[in-house]
Design a binder for this molecule. Structure first.
Ligand SMILES: Nc1ncnc2c1ncn2[C@@H]1O[C@H](COP(=O)(O)OP(=O)(O)OP(=O)(O)O)[C@@H](O)[C@H]1O
Ligand SMILES: [Mg+2]
Length: 307
């Protein structure tokens, strides 16, 4: 098994609030491990407990019971903090600062503690696509630009692990695409990325692995590749060049529906699709299209089976 970068063990967090000390169980027995090099999606609806988990991971809150380890160390250990970059859910930006000074300020917070060469402003701004606005004050930045400078800020110490709380929130489709590309680039540079989101489609296209929380309880943890392979798959075959009686007379094609000159066949069995394609060729027809549909994360998590 490869090295665990993050390990949650039976983590429970109960908040007490209000005059009567009402209790809110934000996390309930959460256990998961994130391996080095993974792009890991921490999923759940609003209020599922994602931010609570991330704050405990960053040492900003303490669990009620259970424990967290980062690189095998406690989250409060400065040796762990030196290896982590973090963008909070609602980052605070000193908006009168220009982008380059903002990064310089965050880098100076590490002092000379790290004892290694850190990435320059130019490198960081280039990476997040903000090289052109290095000398512009943050108050003129769009939401998408602020999210990206927030990520650059999380990278000033050249961390091995990058933790992002809802990096896609509030972004339009273009901004979300840019953020997905940026997360992929971090992965290519060998960083482990752990990020929360409630937008399933953003997660399934870039994550290796996901955890799905519901009201503080882990409902699913696993590989995206496994999810794609699981369940039944809808196959769609479009063909032409055969006569009606040829189609109707062959058991592998008889369920096809006529659409103009062509025939459309749906099946959920790979073996049926294979037999149908072979028959089309054998009878001298033409295969126009074959679409094997993969199971989406939404279908998997919310139990929608395709026919
Ligand atoms: N400081 C607090 N005091 C009391 N309850 C809290 C506190 N922080 C969070 N909660 C509650 O704990 C639960 C989990 O909240 P959390 O912010 O961790 O969820 P989340 O998954 O990050 O949600 P969102 O998608 O809205 O950011 C919620 O019911 C929330 O109201
Ligand atoms: Mg949150």
């Amino acid at each position: 098994m490869s090295e665990a970068v993050i390990e949650f063990s039976l983590l429970t967090k109960v908040y007490s609030f209000g005059f009567w000390g009402r209790k809110q169980r934000a996390l309930d027995g959460l256990s998961l491990r994130v391996e080095r090099g993974a792009i890991y999606g921490f999923l759940g609806a609003n209020g599922a407990g994602k931010t609570t988990g991330i704050k405990i991971l960053m040492g900003l809150q303490f669990p009620t019971t259970g424990s967290v380890k980062i690189f095998g160390l406690s989250p409060e250990d400065p040796r762990a903090k030196a290896r982590i970059g973090y963008m909070p859910e609602r980052p605070y930006f000193h908006d009168s600062m220009v982008a380059a000074d903002f990064l310089h300020f965050h880098r100076s917070l590490f002092g000379s503690y790290l004892g290694k060469k850190l990435p320059s402003n130019e490198e960081l701004l280039e990476l997040v696509g903000l090289a052109q606005v290095a000398d512009k004050p943050l108050k003129g930045f769009s939401k998408g630009m602020l999210q990206r400078i927030g990520i650059a800020q999380a990278l000033v110490n050249d961390p091995e692990l990058v933790v992002l709380d809802e990096p896609m929130s509030g972004l339009d489709p273009v901004g979300r695409k840019e953020m997905r590309d940026l997360i992929l680039r971090l992965g290519q540079r060998g960083k482990t990325v752990f990020f929360s989101s409630h937008i399933l489609s953003d997660v399934e296209s870039i994550c290796h692995r996901i955890a799905f929380l519901e009201k503080g309880v882990l409902k699913f943890e696993g590989d995206i590749a496994e999810i794609r392979k699981s369940g039944s798959h809808r196959q769609e075959i479009l063909f032409t060049g055969l006569r009606q009686e040829q189609v109707a007379g062959d058991p592998s094609l008889s369920a096809a529906i006529r659409t103009g000159d062509a025939y459309l066949l749906h099946t959920s069995q790979v073996s049926h699709a294979k037999a149908a394609i072979e028959t089309v060729w054998k009878l001298g027809g033409t295969l126009l299209a074959y679409h094997p549909e993969q199971r989406s994360l939404e279908d998997f998590l919310f139990g929608k089976e395709k026919a």
